[in-house]
Design a protein around this ligand. Structure first.
Ligand SMILES: *Cc1c(COP(=O)(O)O)cnc(C)c1O
Length: 379
């Protein structure tokens, strides 16, 4: 129950274990092409350009920026934790002048502040972390992307802990790039960087006047490959991770068969009930309001007097693995629970029982079973 890598479906694991074919074998070409088409459906971006590249989510962040930024371009980072900081570092690598709007821990940056900044000078792009995995903060990309459009700024959404678990409607919300990694809400083992790029952003990339300062991540190298596979033709630039892409096709099909809207709705229902259960125990979330709390994961402060190390060890003994803190300023004060992908009600009930078990061992006062009760009452 950590926020990635998540548990994967048995059918996805089986695809990982299949015979590794040639990257130009007809059945693999079909899987690759189908995965690209499924990404467009799940991202709700019928006219976007999908990319499937071997690498982690950070490569997807890197590719979004290296293809669009030219030296001395202004870039705005809306930071709600650790991954905003990472975007600043990536942007600076490519010579951007970076401005960071930093939210207080547990809060988001106000739209007024974002608009004021976008109006103050000409920004090439703005980055938004959809769910910051270090704070469990949910940003709503819709109004921010709208502001970006108003000021002719490209919008990039880091959806690594969100895409396929939180509501996104890339084309309708006019977001230029929505990117993720395979091991989060997409439900595949780690190893794939996934991006969908708008027609507008592809045009800006084509019109750039300086070369892309990155070889492996350049659209110049990968666009013809994506187009070939989608047209069911063999092609080669770098060998694609055959089994991971087969597994991706299986997982995207599962998500698409369920329907992305239903999938997101079930994340929201489970997360709401889970938050109610946690609050029933008297525990506090890192996000200050439920409306800005992620539906894919929760960041929860330890109650006072709890020893974090034995707390998490007791939970592990109970058979549940949770994650510790990640945000450097509050690292030892909170823990994280992932609840994305194909998790079930029973997974969440088991997690809540494990949390109660660990709290009881440290003599924290509460009524046994009350979190499970609140979970069921709010489902
Ligand atoms: C996990 C994560 C990343 C980094 O992905 P890696 O696959 O670890 O490189 C980036 N952004 C967010 C929001 C994440 O949750």
């Amino acid at each position: 129950m950590i926020p990635g890598p998540i548990e994967v479906e048995p059918a996805v694991l089986r695809a990982m274990g299949e015979v590794t074919t040639s990257h130009v074998a007809p059945n693999f070409i079909e899987s690759f092409g189908n995965s690209l088409e499924l990404m467009r459906k799940i991202w709700l971006a019928p006219n976007g350009q999908p990319f499937i590249i071997a690498g982690s989510g950070t490569l997807a962040m890197d590719m979004a920026v290296c293809n669009l930024i030219e030296p001395n371009d202004n870039a705005l980072v809306i930071s709600t934790g650790y991954f905003g900081e990472r975007y600043k570092n990536i942007l600076e690598t490519y010579g951007a002048n970076v401005t960071v709007l930093q939210a207080d821990i547990g809060s988001t940056v106000s739209l007024e502040l974002i608009e004021k900044e976008l109006a103050s000078k000409s920004y090439k792009l703005v980055t938004i972390t959809h769910v910051d995995t270090s704070t469990g903060i949910l940003n709503n990309p819709k109004p921010i992307a709208k502001l970006a459009k108003k000021y002719k700024t490209l919008s990039i959404v880091d959806g690594v802990c969100a895409t396929a678990g939180e509501e996104t409607n890339q084309e309708n919300w006019e977001i230029d790039i929505v990117l993720t990694g395979s091991q989060k809400a997409i439900g595949v083992p780690p190893g794939l960087a996934l991006l969908v790029v708008s027609e507008n952003a592809m045009k800006i990339w084509k019109e750039r006047t300086t070369p892309v300062q990155n070889y492996y991540g350049s659209f110049t190298n990968w666009l013809p490959i994506m187009q070939a596979y989608e047209n069911r033709k063999p092609s080669y630039f770098g060998t694609p991770p055959v089994n991971l892409i087969k597994a991706l096709e299986v997982s995207l099909s599962i998500i698409n068969n369920e329907g992305i809207t239903n999938r997101v709705q079930s994340h929201i229902s489970y997360a709401c009930a889970f938050r109610k259960a946690i609050q029933k125990l008297g525990l506090h979330l890192v996000p200050k309001h439920d409306e800005i709390a992620a539906n894919t994961m929760s960041a929860i402060y330890y109650p006072e007097g709890i020893d974090p190390t034995s707390f998490r060890k007791d939970i592990a003994e109970y058979g549940v693995i949770l994650a510790g803190g990640l945000h450097p300023e509050i690292k030892n004060l909170y823990f994280r629970v992932g609840h994305m992908g194909s998790i079930t009600k029973s997974d969440l009930v088991a997690t809540l029982s494990a949390i109660e078990f660990a709290l009881k061992k440290q003599n924290y006062t509460f009524i046994s079973g009350e979190s499970v009760g609140a979970f069921l009452d709010n489902l």
